[in-house]
Design a protein around this ligand. Structure first.
Ligand code: MSP
Length: 535
């Protein structure tokens, strides 16, 4: 299996701890939230296949003025509002086949205790002081804006339908400026700390301009009170980032930072969108150093989704409802499209016609049909059993064995680098080659000619190719892959333990001679494209 820097530096027994952002509950989950979560789930599934313990953390960010105002506008208490919205997240994750290990809500009592413990450490370090905060605040961003960033009329450049608000308060500040050198040293010593490189450069440039202390408290009600001054509540970001720590505390353990470390902190990977990179790559490591806690290994900032070429958002009214999409087309189709069609790290577009086209071409035709036609031929020509062929006897230049022998290693490298699109592309190349191979070799003619050994060899190599494709695609399309594996005679799930191990099943030549194959049934129904309501 390919060894990446991440794998090389960590003992195999250490858990792979990865996080999605903790999503704001000011509205129902949107496609952006689903995108990060599907990517995290695919990576987690790959790690589990490799036999590594995984802790996939997700959850919700429930405090702050934005949530408070949304609740008010719905005539609900903030807590009642949050409780209702959280359900729509967990429901969506279930429908999308997201296998998370921890779900942290920032309104949980455990989180409250961890935030206080964290604050205390930073306070004891002398990194918190009182000061006057004056400036323009965007509630939608939950962030102060520099005057020069604003559009005419004091409007936030991201939330163009919303004016920023003037604030003049006495707040508590975090001494970020003290960590300028420590952060620069970190980025230099660990070049993969921020990925991809374009994002890394953005952060380096930002830090080079000089870091300023930032206020970590607000005069609002909905939040965690500042321990030293309960009149104030903690700034939502100072609270939410700490959620990654709280998530690690099991229900039966004391909510302390010691527990957090004993349970696997630091995270191996924070997966986020590019808009919240600064919080994760600058503020968060500085906060952790201040609190004397180890740093995550990597922060990966992915790109943004657009719809039909336009920025997706409530302002334009062209958001894409992930729940409607998954109900319409199924989880595997949605997962596959976003992870295959969009190069992770770059911006990417959703277009419904293209969606249907890609998914049908790849999953229904190239992969699904391949399995179906091969199983049918195996029933006809080989009694429905895997033909007795030694996979290692196939020539070095056999068009399928040649690809299949190195594919698992390359795909491992891709998944490790979060290059989902490249992984899927490579796997599809084998499926396409297998379809072509059958057409060229025409086993039906060979059979008529009585050349049974040739038929056995052709069918073996194609069956083995489909198996390999199914296995390697399973982090992306777990349900379809499992259905394929079952039809190939493996009574297993590719999502539930005991998982067939990557170091064996990613290799060429795993199908055992004589294995009885299942009934050929379409594993993936072709999609048709009715108009989707946009929310
Ligand atoms: N609550 C904070 C995160 C705190 S983490 C300790 C937050 N929440 S969010 O719900 O607004 O955003 C969550 C994620 O969705 C971010 O990673 C963001 O980049 C992503 N997306 C929001 N809109 C998006 C697109 N249109 N496209 C892709 N992802 C986008 O920020």
């Amino acid at each position: 299996m390919g060894k990446s820097p991440v794998h090389a530096t960590m003992p195999q027994s250490a858990a792979f701890v990865l996080t999605t952002p903790l999503y704001y509950v000011n509205g129902l989950p949107h496609m952006g939230s689903a995108y990060t979560t599907m990517a995290a789930d695919a990576r987690a599934r790959f790690e589990r296949l490799c036999g590594r313990p995984v802790v996939l953390i997700t959850g919700t960010d429930e405090h702050g003025q934005k949530i408070q105002r949304t609740a008010q506008s719905r005539g609900l208490s903030p807590q009642a509002h949050c409780d209702a919205i959280v359900q729509s997240f967990t429901e969506l994750w279930a429908k999308l086949d997201i296998r998370y290990d921890r779900f942290i809500r920032t309104t949980a009592p455990t989180h409250h205790s961890i935030v206080h413990a964290f604050f205390q450490r930073v306070w004891d370090k002398g990194d918190i002081y009182q000061g006057r905060q004056q400036g323009w605040y965007c509630v939608a961003c939950e962030e102060f804006k520099e005057e020069r960033e604003l559009l005419p009329g004091q409007v936030c450049p991201i939330h163009t339908n919303q004016a920023v608000e003037w604030r003049d308060e006495t707040n508590y500040f975090f001494r970020l400026s003290r960590y300028q050198t420590a952060l620069e040293d970190l980025y230099a010593a660990q070049p993969s700390f921020i990925q991809p490189d374009t994002r890394r450069n953005e952060v380096l440039q930002f830090v080079r301009q000089g870091l300023q202390d930032f206020s970590i408290s607000r005069l609002i009600d909905w939040g965690i009170p500042v321990p030293a001054d309960p009149q104030q509540t903690l700034y939502v970001w100072f609270d939410a980032l700490v959620g990654y720590l709280s998530a690690l505390v099991p229900p039966d353990q004391p909510a302390t930072l010691e527990t957090v470390v004993a349970q696997g902190w630091p995270a191996s990977l924070h997966l986020i969108g590019k808009d919240i990179l600064r919080f994760h790559a600058v503020y968060w490591p500085a906060m952790l150093i201040s609190a004397g806690l180890p740093l995550p290994q990597q922060v990966y900032g992915h790109g943004f989704l657009t719809k039909d070429g336009q920025k997706m958002g409530k302002t334009l009214g062209n958001t894409l409802d992930p729940l409607a999409l998954v109900q319409q087309y199924g989880a595997d189709a949605v997962r596959y499209y976003f992870l295959k069609e969009i190069e992770f790290g770059r911006d990417g577009d959703f277009n419904e016609e293209r969606f249907v086209q890609v998914v049908n071409a790849d999953l229904a035709n190239d992969v699904g049909n391949l399995l179906n036609r091969t199983l049918n031929m195996t029933v006809r020509y080989c009694q429905g059993q895997v033909p007795a062929v030694n996979p290692h006897s196939l020539a070095d230049d056999h068009p399928l064995a040649r690809v299949g022998r190195t594919l698992g290693e390359q795909v491992a490298e891709d998944y490790t680098q979060l290059a989902f699109s490249r992984a899927a592309g490579r796997i599809l190349t084998l499926a396409q080659a297998a379809n072509k191979y059958i057409d060229e070799q025409a086993p039906w003619s060979r059979y008529k000619q009585g050349d049974h050994p040739a038929v056995a060899q052709i069918l073996y190599s194609v069956l083995e190719s489909v198996r390999l494709c199914a296995y390697l695609l399973s982090p992306l399309i777990p349900t379809t892959s499992t259905a394929m594996y079952r039809q190939l005679g493996f009574p297993v799930s590719l999502g539930e333990p005991p998982l067939p191990a990557y170091d064996r099943h990613s290799q060429w030549g795993v199908l055992p001679a004589g294995q009885v194959l299942g009934q050929a049934q379409p594993v993936f129904q072709r999609l048709t494209a009715p108009a989707l309501p946009s929310s």
